[in-house]
Design a binder for this molecule. Structure first.
Ligand code: NAD
Length: 496
């Protein structure tokens, strides 16, 4: 049993008065306790970060990048250790945990280019003897609030760019799996990051609300469920902060009758059941167009039956448990709802047992056929290993369904028709689109974000939007006149 507190000013703090248990999803055992910060503890961390900003924002971008280069090397050295921490607390299989670390490191690599990324624009001679240019300056103290499902990757969408830009950072991880980010904080210090630049505050609503309302926090990045994202966006905006709040999803695969079905089914298996469906980009609905539904089911069933479900630490496993007992109950409840609503449950994962892991939060892969758009299992995000097949008569009907859905995070079309793919990319109302790619997560040098109720705020995460989000622009207009200007001007200045 261990105790996790907070990481402020380069060191672990004493425990808070309140705390919460951390569980190992594969065994159901309690691993330790995590402190839940009080409002005063959060305010103290903000004060430290504010003071660190004075010096960190003046370090040259090149030297800030050099810290990130060292940090990248350290994460690579500690990859196995970090992946173990993720798997123990989240449950995902080890290789998937490593994949999450690599995708996170790509943002660190992008942020290493910060001297180039921060360059402004310059125009010589905007008027006679007048030059004008813009610079991008850091905001100050910024905060990140993360969900449980990517305990390292989501924080890495945020802090590498934020600190590379010269900000100081307060990270609030999910209280369900905080250990890996605490280790990240130690590695940042080892890489040479000055104390107070990156701080971790563990906690629940009390900690979050303090970050949202404190006058010294300039911007908030959030990733989590839609109701909380909306709350974060409205509360922090009301308190004058810049906000990007990414929410939930219901990602559709549009399967055309001309698609390469073997390729589509393999892609679907990983996209629907990888990480037990606990990914914001997981495919949870297949729109089977025309008569492709029967062939799809025929190819899917044996693959689902062969899926290896077990402890994520066991090397050959493909799918681990769900995050918590409560979440297992919630997802199981959705399976019961689907049956009640009249969908055909072709594979019932509730019957799964994992040897020697009776107390683990396991649910086998579930497959529903004949799902209709009115059903709750279609409308709501389940966030578990539950895939729904909706049979649709044609492509326009399928496109309309995607466009009418509340969420617009990711989607993919599987087809061999360039014409259909092009039409889809142009007309679909979704932020991230794949063509024969099931999980179209943009690379770090592009930006990640959904549309509709999957994102609140104008800017996406990382890539060029990340740099824009964590900096403010200043435009400078300068004249070095020969001789002194002697006449006052009372009309609106125009360039002559
Ligand atoms: P969550 O919304 O329950 O929690 C996210 C964070 O918000 C946590 O740090 C939590 O402590 C905090 N929080 C929870 N309730 C709060 C409250 N009432 N007031 C203030 N703060 C609160 O989400 P989760 O269950 O940890 O993560 C799963 C969700 O995240 C899914 O909906 C998933 O789609 C979404 N997600 C979205 C993306 C994306 O990029 N759009 C990426 C990953 C996960």
């Amino acid at each position: 049993m261990f105790k996790i507190t907070h990481y402020v000013n380069g060191q672990h703090t004493p425990a808070s008065t309140r705390s919460q248990e951390i569980f190992e999803p594969a065994t159901g055992e309690c691993r330790g306790q995590v402190s839940l910060a009080s409002s005063d503890e959060v305010a103290a961390a903000i004060a430290i970060a504010k003071s660190a900003f004075e010096t960190w924002s003046q370090v040259t971008p090149l030297n800030r990048a050099r810290v990130l280069f060292k940090f990248k090397a350290l994460v690579e050295q500690h990859m196995d250790e970090l992946a173990q921490l993720i798997t123990r607390e989240h449950g995902k299989v080890l290789d998937d945990a490593k994949g999450e670390l690599i995708r996170g490191l790509e943002v660190v690599e992008f942020a290493c280019g910060i001297p180039h990324l921060l360059k402004g624009e310059h125009t010589q001679q905007v008027g006679g003897g007048v030059d004008s240019w813009s610079v991008n300056q850091a905001l100050g103290v910024v905060a990140g609030i993360a969900p449980f499902n990517f305990p390292v990757m989501v924080p890495m969408w945020m802090f590498p760019i934020a600190i590379a830009c010269g900000n100081t950072f307060i990270m609030k991880p999910s209280e369900k799996d905080p250990s890996s980010v605490m280790r990240i904080a130690e590695l940042l210090k080892q890489a040479g990051l000055p104390d107070g630049v990156f701080n971790v505050i563990n906690g629940d609503k009390e900690a979050v609300d303090t970050l949202l309302t404190h006058p010294d926090v300039q911007a908030v990045s959030f990733v989590g469920s839609t109701p909380i994202a909306e709350y974060i966006y409205s509360t922090a905006s009301k308190h004058g902060k810049r906000v990007q709040a990414l929410g939930g999803a219901k990602n559709h695969m549009l399967l055309m009758p001309d698609a390469d079905l073997d390729q589509a089914v393999s892609a679907l298996m990983g996209a629907a059941y990888g990480s037990a469906g606990e990914r914001c980009m997981a495919i949870s609905v297949v729109l089977a167009v025309g008569d492709v539904g029967d062939a799809l089911v025929e190819k899917l069933l044996p693959q689902i039956q062969n899926l290896k479900v077990g402890n994520g630490l066991t090397p050959e496993m493909e799918m681990g448990p769900l995050i918590s007992k409560q979440h297992l109950a919630k997802v199981t409840d959705y399976v019961e709802t689907g049956v009640r609503e009249g969908a055909t449950l072709l594979v019932d994962g509730r019957q799964l047992t994992v040897a020697d892991h009776q107390q683990g939060y396991f649910l086998g892969a579930c497959l529903f056929d004949n799902v209709t758009p009115e059903m709750r299992i279609y409308r709501e995000e389940i966030f578990g290993p539950v895939l729904s097949i909706v049979r649709v008569k044609d492509y326009p009907t399928a496109l309309t369904l995607i466009n009418q859905h509340e969420f617009g995070n990711g989607t993919a079309i599987f087809t061999q028709s360039g014409e259909a793919a092009r039409h889809f990319c142009h007309h679909v109302q979704v932020g991230m689109v794949g063509v024969n790619v099931p999980i179209p997560v943009p690379m770090a040098f592009h930006s990640f974000g959904g549309w509709k109720r999957s994102l609140f705020g104008p800017l996406h995460m990382h890539g060029p939007d990340g740099v824009r989000f964590y900096t403010k622009r200043k435009a400078i207009t300068a004249r070095w006149p020969v001789g002194k200007q002697t006449q006052a001007e009372f009309v609106m200045p125009t360039m002559k």
